[in-house]
Design a protein around this ligand. Structure first.
Ligand SMILES: C[S@@+](CC[C@H](N)C(=O)[O-])C[C@H]1O[C@@H](n2cnc3c(N)ncnc32)[C@H](O)[C@@H]1O
Length: 254
């Protein structure tokens, strides 16, 4: 979305959504992964940065919001200044939005303030492994800078809302995970799951060439879900307190 208006970026994404069944299939699976991780406590589920707004096809009970009015929503919400009461939201969902935030620390403060006890943050964002880093850095038009700020303010994003850093989740939740744990002990990370090692790159995404024929969809799903399960899943705390707020991460390792 670098350099173009949000409306133009979302219009292109909307067109690709209809034209690319392989991408749609992958997103559908990912949205289901988000749904099963939502807290069932009573209270609203709010998606921040909804973009083309497909999540409510899988979870109709969600309020779609974005930082600007879009074709999918008129509810304008900035993820770092949430206009919600203290302890009022059951879930905050950020799908490919975290790496657009200039000041993630403010988001964690806001999430801690606005979530009800037992509420959750579910974040889906890129993850930089040694392999996917190369793809993100050299084959993708968004910035991917592992030397950039993690929990600190990213000045490039602060000065241009279309900027991003796809390495942000890796910096915050892996390299700075101890700082994170010390600053937000009330919002522990209870799961980090890496996924989409091969299926998304082979689908061509929203703009690239599709490299795998559609009949390989199911085998690729099985490969990612079964064969790579151990590698993909590296944090889990089975004995969580039911009243504790939690953050769950799904990280796209493409
Ligand atoms: C890559 S798009 C993802 C859209 C959608 N969630 C999806 O997965 O298709 C990033 C979205 O984050 C939104 N965004 C950027 N900064 C934001 C902020 N501070 N608060 C809320 N949304 C923000 C953008 O407007 C855009 O819709």
């Amino acid at each position: 979305m670098r350099g173009e208006s949000l409306a133009d970026a979302l219009a292109a994404q909307e067109a690709a959504w209809h034209e690319r069944p392989a991408v749609r299939h992958l997103y559908e699976g990912w949205y289901r992964q988000v749904v099963v991780r939502l807290s069932s406590k009573p209270g609203p589920t709010i998606e921040l940065g909804s973009g083309i707004g497909r999540f409510n096809e899988f979870w109709p009970d969600v309020t779609l919001t974005d930082v600007e009015p879009t074709a999918s929503t008129n509810v304008v919400v900035d993820a770092v200044a949430l206009p919600f009461e203290d302890q009022s939201a059951a879930n905050l969902v950020l799908f490919d939005v975290f790496h657009h935030l200039a000041d993630p620390a403010r988001f964690f403060d806001e999430a801690t303030r606005t979530l009800i006890p037992g509420g959750r943050v579910v974040i889906v964002d890129p993850y930089c492994s040694p392999v996917s880093y190369v793809a993100y850095r050299w084959l993708h038009d968004e910035r991917t800078d592992l030397a950039g700020p993690g929990l600190e303010i990213d000045k490039e994003i602060a000065s241009n809302p279309r900027e991003s850093n796809q390495a942000r989740a890796t910096l915050v939740f892996f390299r700075q995970q101890q700082d994170y744990g010390a600053r937000w002990p009330g919002l522990p990370i209870v799961e980090r799951r890496r996924f989409s090692f091969v299926a998304y790159p082979l689908s061509g995404g929203f703009t690239g060439r599709q490299l795998a024929p559609c009949f390989l969809r199911r085998p690729l799903d099985v490969l990612e879900r079964v064969a790579l399960r151990e590698l993909a899943h590296d944090v889990d705390h089975p004995r969580q307190q039911p009243q504790q707020q939690r953050a769950r991460l799904l990280l796209r390792d493409e």
